[in-house]
Design a protein around this ligand. Structure first.
Ligand code: SF4
Ligand code: SF4
Length: 210
């Protein structure tokens, strides 16, 4: 016998404006045209491990269920294979929308505690922002310290091997001109104005569609 779990969503769970805000980000505009066909979930190679399928994430985002979306494991399990984006009949850039959601989850501190993927993403960004380069050994060390440092003990052999073959840098690297880099990041951090022709979120914007 198949058991079904019924989840009831309430109006009070919504954060009005969240979906519209996501749809204003470059690449996410077409989310409004999703027909909930489920093709994205069908082709996704990791959807069986997700708490919400890609189709559900699209629906929840559009319907303003910010907490469900940003706290979900789905956005961190996505491996960016772009299969969903390629197959979507409405040409919705699902993978890019998931990237946008990941970014928002990190900014809001919403990701699951000790979950390695978001910690790695945040540490990567912090290091790139501070130095303009990544020092792989330090990056991995920071990730393990903030998630599961015991797991690092089982990886020391691999780490040494990667260092000996030059695949893993261990001396901190920095670029020159980090002030310019900071200016670029500051520009990225600047909130995106509503640039759609009529001001209506989700409306197609010339030059940004695939
Ligand atoms: S494939 Fe595209 S239209 Fe279909 S549910 Fe997924 S996002 Fe929506
Ligand atoms: S890009 Fe992400 S959501 Fe889309 S099919 Fe691949 S793993 Fe699934």
């Amino acid at each position: 016998m198949i058991e079904y779990t019924r989840v009831i969503k309430h109006e009070t769970d919504r954060v009005p404006g969240f979906g519209a805000e996501v749809m204003r980000a470059p690449g996410c505009e077409k989310l409004a045209s999703c027909i909930q066909c489920g093709t994205c979930s069908g082709v996704c190679p990791v959807s069986i491990y997700m708490d919400f399928t890609p189709r559900q994430i699209m629906a929840l985002t559009r319907a303003d269920f910010k907490d469900d979306v940003l706290r979900s494991r789905t956005i961190w399990l996505c491996v960016s294979c772009y299969a969903c984006t390629t197959e979507c009949p409405r040409k919705i850039r699902i993978t890019d929308i998931i990237y946008e959601l990941k970014q928002r989850a990190i900014q809001s501190g919403y990701y699951p505690e000790h979950f390695a993927v978001p910690v790695l993403a945040r540490e990567f960004t912090d290091m790139a922002r501070a130095n303009g380069r990544i020092t792989e050994s330090l990056l991995v060390m920071r990730m393990y310290l903030k998630t599961n440092w015991l797991a690092a003990l089982g990886m020391w052999r691999l780490g040494l091997k990667l260092m000996s073959t030059g695949r893993f840098s261990y001396t901190p690297e920095k670029i020159e001109g980090r002030a310019e880099l900071e200016k670029m990041f500051a520009a990225i951090d600047t909130p995106i104005p509503d640039y759609s022709p009529s001001g209506a979120p989700g409306e197609e914007t010339k030059g940004t569609q695939p």
